[in-house]
Every structure is written in C-alpha cells, then in structure tokens.
Design a protein around this ligand. Structure first.
Ligand code: SAM
Length: 242
C-alpha cells in the first residue's frame, strides 16, 4: 500500500532531479488548485509551482491504474482515448505505449509543456499497465485547449478519461463539462470519471461528485466488470481518497 508513493517520489527525484521541499517555508498556498477552475493562467502558475517544489507527474499519477481499462479496450476493439484535463499526467503516454491513439488535453499550456517534456522511464509504463500490455502503433498528442470548446478535439473517442477535473466545476457548471465530454464520446464509448474525495473520513461513504450527473442523465454505470461491457455508452466511476 505505501510502497507506491515511495516509488513515485523516487521517480520524481530521479527524473526531475528535484527533491520535494515541502518544509522550506510556511506558505503552502501553492498546493491549492486555482479558485476558478477555468483560469488557464492560474493553472499555469499552479503547475509551475508543483514542479518547482519537486512534485512531478509520478505523484499526480499515484491513483492511475489502467490494467482493467486496457484489457476492456483491447477486448472491445477500442483504439482511441481522450485524456481531458490531464495536467502533467503521464497516463496518456502510457496508454500510447499500450498501442492506443491518445490525445492529452489541458487548458494550461504550461501543464501541456511539462507533460510533453517529461521522460517516462521504461519501468514507468509498468506503473500503469502490465509489461505484456505494451503494444506498437500507439501515439500521443499533447494539446492545449478547453474542454468547454467543442471544436477542440471533437472526437469521437472510444474512451474519455477525466481525472479530478470535472469535480472542480461542482460549484460552477459541472453539467456543461460532463456534457461536452459526452459529446466527444463514441456511441459505445466509456467515460471514465475519477473523483478524489480528499476530505473523506470513515464511516461516511466517499463522495463521487460527478456520479449524480450520470445518474440524472440515465447513464449505465459500469466500473469495468463483472463480465463484458454493456452495449452503448457507459460511465466508469472511480473514487480515490486521502
Ligand atoms: C486537479 S487537475 C487534475 C490533473 C490530472 N487529471 C490529475 O489527475 O493529475 C485539473 C486539470 O484540469 C485542467 N482543466 C481545468 N479546466 C479545464 C478545461 N475547461 N479544459 C481543459 N482542461 C481543464 C487544469 O488545467 C488542470 O490541469
């Protein structure tokens, strides 16, 4: 359980040649995501600060495990993926190494540049997927653009992944964000929505802030099993805590 973050910090130090410097000062405002989730320059500043303080892609990818998803994609003959609001994540690169056509889309040009410039070490792939899931023929494009602009990366995509992004619009217009992602999804596609509940404490159930939208819009919720993917579009909901 705890070996993963340790492994991740090792990666951070190794690739960015920076050590986390969380104790060097009392002002931790840089850890907070922007008040306005739609403010690209605030996100630029956010990501610059994360990297400057030694927090690199491996840390932000700590909840990404694509083993089940890749298995489903291969068995369903799915070929392309949109990673929306992907920040500096290396998940898009890992999915490309698994043989898929991937677009990583983020409103922050700075995040896109960091994500594009990061070198995913060979063993980095194995963080997301099993080694035997590596396939030739994949490709990744890193694109700066707005999910809310439907002309950007219009799709259709077999799979759209949003991690910890739509939930930021909970007090803005979460329906618009999820609606725009849904428009980019193919008719039999999977919309994977990952929400993080940082304030979770037992015995409460962790909150998944996008789930009500999927329920209200009568999506089939199918979290990768059991059995085969149901026909039509499905929402794959994943919650992390901590
Ligand atoms: C909390 S971060 C999550 C990043 C990444 N998915 C992860 O889990 O590490 C939210 C990301 O969404 C991006 N974002 C916010 N609103 C967006 C929008 N309308 N279009 C595209 N990206 C957006 C931000 O720039 C930021 O990188």
């Amino acid at each position: 359980m705890f070996s993963k973050p340790k492994q991740l910090f090792d990666h951070v130090e190794w690739r960015l040649n920076l050590k986390p410097r969380l104790a060097d000062g009392t002002d931790l405002d840089w850890l907070n995501s922007p008040m306005d989730p739609h403010d690209a320059s605030a996100w630029d500043q956010y990501w610059t600060e994360q990297v400057r303080h030694g927090l690199g892609p491996p840390l932000f990818d700590m909840f990404c495990d694509d083993r089940d998803l890749v298995e489903v994609m291969n068995s369903e003959g799915m070929t392309n993926v949109l990673c929306a609001g992907s920040g500096i994540s290396q998940e898009p690169r890992a999915l490309a190494q698994a043989g898929f056509e991937v677009i990583a889309l983020d409103i922050s040009p700075q995040a896109v540049e960091i994500a594009r410039g990061f070198e995913l070490p060979a063993e980095g792939f194995e963080y997301f997927c099993e080694p035997e899931m590596r396939r030739p023929g994949g490709h990744v494009d890193f694109v700066a653009g707005d999910i809310l602009d439907s002309t950007v990366c219009p799709g259709p995509f077999d799979v759209t992944i949003e991690r910890r992004t739509a939930q930021l619009y909970f007090n803005h217009d979460i329906g618009a964000v999820l609606g725009e992602l849904a428009k980019r999804l193919g008719q039999d596609g999977i919309l994977l929505s990952h929400c993080h509940d940082g304030g979770w404490k037992p015995p409460a159930e962790p909150q998944h802030l996008t789930q009500p939208w999927f329920q209200q819009n009568r999506w089939t919720i199918w979290n990768g099993g059991p059995g085969r993917k149901p026909p039509g579009r499905v929402a794959w909901l994943f919650t992390s805590t901590g």
